[in-house]
Design a protein around this ligand. Structure first.
Ligand code: B1M
Length: 210
């Protein structure tokens, strides 16, 4: 029988086709899209995030679970366009200029979506100007920058400076992360928050938007 717990279990085990099917069954039984997201998908992704943080599951499992949740989200989408908004805030996400690493950034994005946030993913090699432009266009709550290279992490400081120049610094939180990034680096460049992994990044982003 379709239930919110069951759909969550299917998300965790990455069964995209079954998630899609059960999402439709739940909708037909009268569950609201918001309920399915908040009581089915999000807790499931939360569990996956925790397991990832504790090295109980690894990148492939996270990507598979996130893909299953996205399959369910596609079924919810037509119902949400009618007006009910489930997005808790908007994050503009990208890997900084000069850097092409995107595996970690993609996981951060999926985890954030799993927390009910709208993620505008700008991809890799994103200039500071593009981050700012997208933050303004999307009225973003957060700019989230990823960097895997010691040679490109300094681009994050440019993002902070450009946000100041554009007059949006007080309206937008700037989050930074990626293997070479640290809390002291975050403090030194005047960003708001460093997180070491995707699950923590999503947790902090959700808290910023709460
Ligand atoms: Co590159 N690479 N790479 N690479 N690569 C590293 C990063 C490196 C450490 C390898 C090494 O030398 N040991 C090294 C960097 C050294 C340094 O700067 N200190 C390096 C180098 C040097 C390079 C090139 C320069 C190599 C060359 O061409 N000579 C080149 C640069 C290209 C460029 O970007 N301009 C390069 C290229 C590549 C590939 C294209 C081959 C490929 C990237 C494929 C892709 O991303 N689509 C690649 C890969 C795969 C790696 C390693 C092996 C793995 C990175 C990865 O995906 N990890 C990496 C060595 C390693 O880490 N073992 C390496 C898995 C991923 C899940 O972890 O990205 O750390 P990570 O993300 C984590 C956290 O960091 C955090 O959450 C994620 C999940 O918990 N996180 C955030 C990430 N972003 C966050 C943002 C947040 C919060 C948390 O808030 C906003």
């Amino acid at each position: 029988m379709a239930s919110l717990v069951e759909v969550g279990t299917l998300v965790q085990s990455g069964k995209a086709k079954l998630v899609r099917q059960m999402t439709n069954e739940l909708l037909s039984s009268g569950f609201s899209p918001k309920q399915i997201l908040e009581e089915g998908f999000l807790p499931a992704m939360g569990v996956v995030g925790e397991k990832f943080k504790n090295n109980e599951v690894f990148v492939p499992e996270v990507l598979i679970a996130a893909r299953a949740m996205n399959a369910g989200m596609q079924e919810l989408q037509p119902y949400l366009q009618g007006g009910e908004s489930i997005e808790r805030g908007t994050v503009v996400l990208g890997t900084v200029k000069g850097d092409l690493h995107d595996i970690g950034k993609n996981i951060v994005g999926m985890m954030m979506k799993g927390r009910g946030l709208k993620v505008v993913d700008l991809g890799t090699d994103v200039s500071a100007e593009r981050f700012i432009e997208a933050a303004i266009e999307n009225n973003a709550n957060i700019i989230a920058c990823s960097s895997l290279l010691t040679t490109t992490m300094k681009e994050m400081e440019v993002v902070v400076k450009e946000a100041e120049k554009a007059g949006i610094r007080s309206k937008v939180k700037i989050m930074v992360g990626g293997a070479p990034v640290t809390q002291s680096f975050c403090d030194a460049i005047g960003a708001d928050r460093y997180t070491a992994d995707a699950a923590s990044a999503a947790e902090v982003a959700a808290a910023f938007c709460a």
